[in-house]
Design a protein around this ligand. Structure first.
Ligand code: PSU
Ligand code: MN
Length: 304
C-alpha cells in the first residue's frame, strides 16, 4: 500500500470492500491517445462495457496531485478535456504528486497504482515496447519493465505497430513475461490483427486465461505480470497502415520528436491521416480488450 492516500470512486470503494472483480483502465489513452471529443465518449463506453461484463471499472489518473482509482465524472472530464494534463509513467509519479500536478497514467504507471490498490486485471489498447531505431535512441517503453516487475495482467491488442515488434517480443522473453494469445497463435499488431510473429501459447476462454494466471502462484512466477494478446477483429487496411506508418515515422524524424512525445505524435499522425480508419480500429481495440479483461477478472474471482 502507498502511504499516500488513494482516492477511490464510490463504485471502486464498494467493489474493493466486497472483493468484487475490478478492471483497471489507463488514462493516457484518453488524454494523449484519442482525439477530443471521441476520447470522453470512448472512456465512458469502455467503463460501461466493463460493467456489462460483470466487473467494476477503475480508471486511474492523478488530479491536482491526488491519485485517483476510479474517476467520478468531473475528473474524467478533466482528463479528457484539460490540455495541461501530463503523461505520467512510473518515474513521474513522485514529481506529479509532490507538485500537485495532474497527469494521465501510462500502462506502467497505471499498473503500479493498480497493484498498490489491489487490482490485478487491466485493459489497455496497445502495449508500449521497443521503438524502431532503439539501437541508436535506446527508446524502450517503461511498460516492458512494469510487466516484468508488477503482478498485473494486461489485456492488449499486442504492441503498437509503430514499434519494433520483434525487439519488443525479445525483451518480453528476457523479462520472463508470459504472453497468451486469445484465440490466436500469432502476436497481434495493434491496428493489424497479426504482427507476423508466432506465439507459443493460446487460450480459448477467459476461464483458461484465469487458470494460467492462477498457476503462476504454484510455480512462483507470480511476481511479474502477464500479457493477454487480443487481436482486433476488423483490422486497418494493410496498405493504408504501411503507408501511414512510413510517412508518420518520417514526419516524427523531421519534427525531431523524442522521448515520451513519440507515441502520442505517431498515434495522432495516424488519426489525422487515415480518414477515421485508425480511430475506428483503436476504439474497437480498447472496447474488446476491456470486455475480455472484465471476463478474466470475473473468472479469476470464481477460482478463488
Ligand atoms: N494504447 C493505445 N493508446 C495509447 C497507449 C496505449 O491504444 O495512447 C499509451 C499507453 O499509456 C502506453 C503508452 O503505456 O501509450 C506508451 O508510451 P511510451 O511509448 O512513451 O512508453
Ligand atoms: Mn519512450
Amino acid at each position: 500500500m502507498f502511504s499516500l492516500v488513494i482516492r477511490y470512486s464510490k463504485e471502486v470503494q464498494a467493489a474493493l470492500a466486497q472483493n468484487a472483480p475490478l478492471v483497471a483502465l489507463e488514462s493516457t489513452i484518453i488524454s494523449h491517445g484519442l482525439p477530443r471529443p471521441t476520447n470522453i465518449e470512448v472512456a465512458l463506453a469502455v467503463e460501461e462495457i466493463v460493467r456489462t461484463n460483470g466487473a467494476v471499472p477503475a480508471t486511474i489518473a492523478i488530479i491536482d496531485g491526488e491519485i485517483h482509482v476510479g474517476l467520478e465524472s468531473n475528473s474524467l472530464d478533466r482528463i479528457a478535456n484539460d490540455s495541461s494534463i501530463l503523461k505520467a509513467s512510473i518515474r513521474d509519479l513522485a514529481s506529479v504528486t509532490a507538485k500537485k500536478l495532474s497527469a494521465a497514467t501510462t500502462v506502467a504507471a497505471t499498473s503500479h497504482i493498480a497493484h498498490a490498490a489491489g487490482i490485478s486485471f487491466f485493459a489497455t489498447g496497445g502495449l508500449g515496447g521497443v521503438h524502431r531505431g532503439a539501437q541508436e535512441t535506446w527508446d524502450e517503453s517503461a511498460d516492458l519493465h512494469s510487466l516484468a516487475s508488477l503482478p498485473v495482467l494486461v489485456v492488449s491488442a499486442g504492441a503498437k505497430s509503430i514499434l519494433d515488434v520483434a525487439a519488443t517480443l525479445e525483451r518480453l522473453e528476457t523479462f520472463s513475461v508470459p504472453i497468451i494469445g486469445y484465440r490466436t497463435n500469432r502476436f497481434p499488431g495493434f491496428y493489424l490483427s497479426d504482427s507476423g510473429f508466432d506465439l507459443e501459447y493460446r487460450a480459448e476462454s477467459a476461464e483458461e486465461i484465469a487458470a494460467i494466471w492462477q498457476a503462476r502462484n504454484e510455480v512462483k512466477t507470480n511476481n511479474s505480470g502477464m500479457v493477454v494478446a487480443n487481436p482486433v477483429k476488423n483490422q486497418m487496411d494493410f496498405a493504408l497502415h504501411e503507408k501511414t506508418l512510413h510517412e508518420g515515422l518520417a514526419a516524427a524524424e523531421v519534427a525531431g520528436i523524442k522521448g515520451k512525445s513519440v507515441t502520442p505524435f505517431l498515434l495522432e499522425y495516424f488519426h489525422s491521416h487515415t480518414n477515421g480508419e485508425s480511430l475506428r480500429v483503436n476504439i474497437e481495440i480498447i472496447k474488446e480488450n476491456s470486455a475480455l479483461a472484465a471476463k478474466i477478472a470475473v473468472a479469476a474471482a470464481q477460482i478463488k
